[in-house]
Ligand binder design. Structure first.
Ligand SMILES: Nc1nc2c(ncn2[C@@H]2O[C@H](COP(=O)(O)OP(=O)(O)OP(=O)(O)O)[C@@H](O)[C@H]2O)c(=O)[nH]1
Ligand SMILES: [Mg+2]
Length: 204
C-alpha cells in the first residue's frame, strides 16, 4: 500500500501470478473490456510476438473512497515463463494482494506447483510470506478437455485454504468474481471498517 499525500490517493498493488499461458493477461483484458472507462485506465501490455508477457501487463482501477482517500488498484500480471524470475520479483515488490491463476489441465499440474513455489521464493527474498498476504486462486481453462477435478486442485494447490474460483477467462467466466474477491480482501486488510461502504461493489 502506498499513500500519495499530494493527491490524497492510496494505491494498492494486486499481482496476477501463475505459470506461463495460464490466462493472466486474458483476465486483465477481460476486466479492461468490462469496466466502465470512468473506473479504469488504459491497459498496458508488453508482449512478445507470440503474445507471451515480456515484463508485465498493467491496468489501473479507481473506485469510490476509503477513509477519505481515493483508492487506486494497480493490477499487474507477471510473465509466467520460468526464466523471468527476476522480473517477477520486481513486480511482487510491495504487493498487497495476489491472484494465483492456475491452469486446470491435468498435464499442467507441475507447472502450477512450480509457479507456487516460485511465488513463495520470491516473497521470502523480500522478507514476506504468502500467509500474511491477501491471496485467492483461480482454476482457469475449465472449458478444456482432460482437466483435474476442482477437489484435486484444491488438495494440491490450495494448501492455505484461500478463496478459489473456477474460470474460463477467454469467455470472462469467473474473472470478475475473482477480482471482487481480491479487492474485498485487500480493502479488508487495509481498513476492515471500510469494506461494506467501499465502492468496489461497482465491479459489475
Ligand atoms: N481454452 C481456453 N483458453 C484460454 C483460457 N484463458 C486463456 N486462454 C488462452 O491461453 C493462452 C495464454 O493466455 P495468456 O492470458 O496470454 O496467458 P498468460 O498467463 O498471460 O501467459 P504468460 O504471459 O506467458 O505468462 C491464450 O491463447 C489465451 O487465449 C481459457 O479459460 N480457456
Ligand atoms: Mg501474460
Amino acid at each position: 500500500m502506498f499513500v500519495n499525500w499530494a493527491t490524497n490517493e492510496v494505491v494498492f498493488r494486486i499481482v496476477y501470478y501463475g505459470p506461463s499461458l495460464s490466462g493472466k493477461t486474458t483476465n486483465l483484458k477481460y476486466i479492461y473490456s468490462k469496466l466502465d472507462p470512468s473506473l479504469r485506465g488504459t491497459l498496458v501490455t508488453l508482449q512478445t510476438k507470440e503474445e507471451r508477457t515480456l515484463f508485465f501487463d498493467f491496468l489501473q482501477l479507481q473506485f469510490g473512497e476509503i477513509g477519505g482517500k481515493k483508492p487506486r488498484f494497480h493490477l499487474y500480471t507477471v510473465p509466467g515463463q520460468v526464466y523471468y524470475a527476476y522480473s517477477r520479483g520486481i513486480i511482487l515488490n510491495g504487493v498487497d494482494g495476489i491472484v494465483f491463476v492456475a491452469d486446470s489441465q491435468r498435464r499442467r499440474l507441475h507447472e502450477n506447483l512450480d509457479s507456487l513455489l516460485d511465488l513463495e521464493e520470491r516473497l521470502i527474498e523480500q522478507g514476506r510470506s504468502i500467509e500474511e498476504i491477501p491471496f485467492v486462486l483461480q482454476y482457469n481453462k475449465r472449458d478444456l478437455p482432460d482437466l483435474l477435478p476442482v477437489a484435486e486442485l484444491e488438495a494440491k494447490l490450495n494448501y492455505y485454504r484461500r478463496p478459489s474460483f473456477e474460470a474460463v477467462a477467454t469467455r470472462g467466466e469467473g474473472v470478475l468474481n475473482t477480482l471482487r474477491a481480491i479487492l474485498h480482501l485487500v480493502i479488508e486488510e487495509a481498513q476492515p471498517s471500510a469494506v461494506r461502504k467501499a465502492s468496489w461493489t461497482q465491479v459489475p
